[in-house]
Structures are given as C-alpha cells and as structure tokens.
Design a protein around this ligand. Structure first.
Ligand SMILES: Cc1cc2nc3c(=O)[nH]c(=O)nc-3n(C[C@H](O)[C@H](O)[C@H](O)COP(=O)(O)O)c2cc1C
Length: 178
C-alpha cells in the first residue's frame, strides 16, 4: 500500500482522491415536524440484502439535521442523467427548495421526484455519529427501478453520464449487488 505521508491529511488531496470513486446522485427526502426536506447526496450506498439496508450520511453542520433525526421515513430519489438542475437545487442551503418543484407523495409520505432512475422508500434502522457526518442506515420497504432511464453520475467533482463497456462484471447480478 502506498500512502503519501505529505498528503495523507491534506483535506484537499483527500477529497481529490475520494473523487476518483464515482457515485450516483440522489435527492433524499423526508417530512418531519410538518416540514418537507430534500438534500442532494452522493453518500447513498447499498449495505445489506437481507435485511434490505441502505446508507447515506449527512454533514453535522446541516441546519436540517435535527429534523432528519426525527423523520419516520425517507425516500431516496436516484437522479437520472437529465436531472442535474434538480441536483443543484437540492445542494443549496435554500429555504424555498420546493418552490415550483413537481413532486408526488410517496408511500411513506416523503416527496417523490418524477423522472428519477430509481426510488427507495425506507424507514430508519440505525444512526451513528461518524466524525463530521452522521451515518443513517435505512431499511428499504418498497422500491421501483426505471431501467429505461440512465442514472446521473458524479465523479472528480463533476457530473457525468454512464458509458457502459461491453464487459460485464463477474457474477453480477447473482452473488454481488454492486
Ligand atoms: C453531488 C453532491 C453530493 C452531495 N452529497 C452529500 C452527502 O452525501 N451528504 C451531505 O451532507 N451533503 C452532500 N452534499 C451537499 C449538500 O447537498 C448541501 O450541503 C445542501 O445544501 C445541504 O442541504 P441543507 O442546506 O438543507 O442542509 C452533496 C452535494 C452535491 C452537489
């Protein structure tokens, strides 16, 4: 393993290294104390198949964190490649994120964004403090996937689109769920 000790704790270099791992982009939504919340997140990931668990993490400086901690359900809206504007809107600390937004009410009560590539309706499973973020583990109650829609990708600090190669990953989707 090569660790460059000069850059190991250089936050900028650390972020740059993390940006070499592309992710999808989600808007995670919930309702708490009658307030509707939505936040752009790339920290969403799969965690367990049985039980079906997923995770995401929220910056502890987020003003909405106390409400996220109270929420009885969350909807994870996995954005499509044509939803960059929605990603940008929910990545800003605005009080009027929902103004003019089209959305439906999901099974759990949290807002669902039309046009998403996949939707996961979840309930809280566990929460852990993790440094400057709080880790949310959620149990998936219902999900929908729209295979004809391409997911939005985020890597190296930029949005991108998927360009599949002809090579399938070994064993997918039998033994691994990534
Ligand atoms: C592509 C992308 C991914 C993001 N992922 C996360 C994340 O996983 N967790 C997080 O706390 N903030 C993440 N952010 C930043 C939040 O979306 C941003 O700070 C937002 O303003 C937080 O909402 P709030 O102001 O309502 O707290 C991300 C931003 C972008 C553009």
């Amino acid at each position: 393993m090569i660790i460059d000790r000069e850059t190991a704790f250089d936050v900028r270099a650390f972020r740059q290294a993390l940006g070499q791992f592309p992710t999808g982009v989600c808007v995670v939504t919930c309702v708490a104390d009658g307030e509707q919340l939505g936040m752009t997140m790339s920290s969403f990931n799969s965690l367990s198949l049985d039980p079906p668990l997923v995770l995401f993490s929220i910056d502890r400086r987020s003003a909405g964190l106390p409400l996220w901690q109270k929420a009885a359900s969350y909807t994870i809206n996995v954005l499509s490649e044509n939803q960059k504007d929605i990603s940008n809107r929910f990545a800003k600390p605005l009080s009027n994120k929902w103004e003019g937004m089209r959305f439906e009410q999901g099974r759990s009560g949290a807002p669902v964004l039309p046009g998403a590539a996949a939707l996961f309706d979840c309930e809280p499973w566990a929460r852990h403090e993790a440094g400057d973020h709080e880790l949310f583990i959620a149990r998936v109650k219902h999900f929908r996937s729209f295979a004809d829609r391409q997911p939005l990708v985020f890597g190296k600090g930029r949005y991108a689109s998927l360009q599949p190669t002809e090579f399938a990953a070994p064993l997918w989707p039998l033994d691994i769920h990534y």
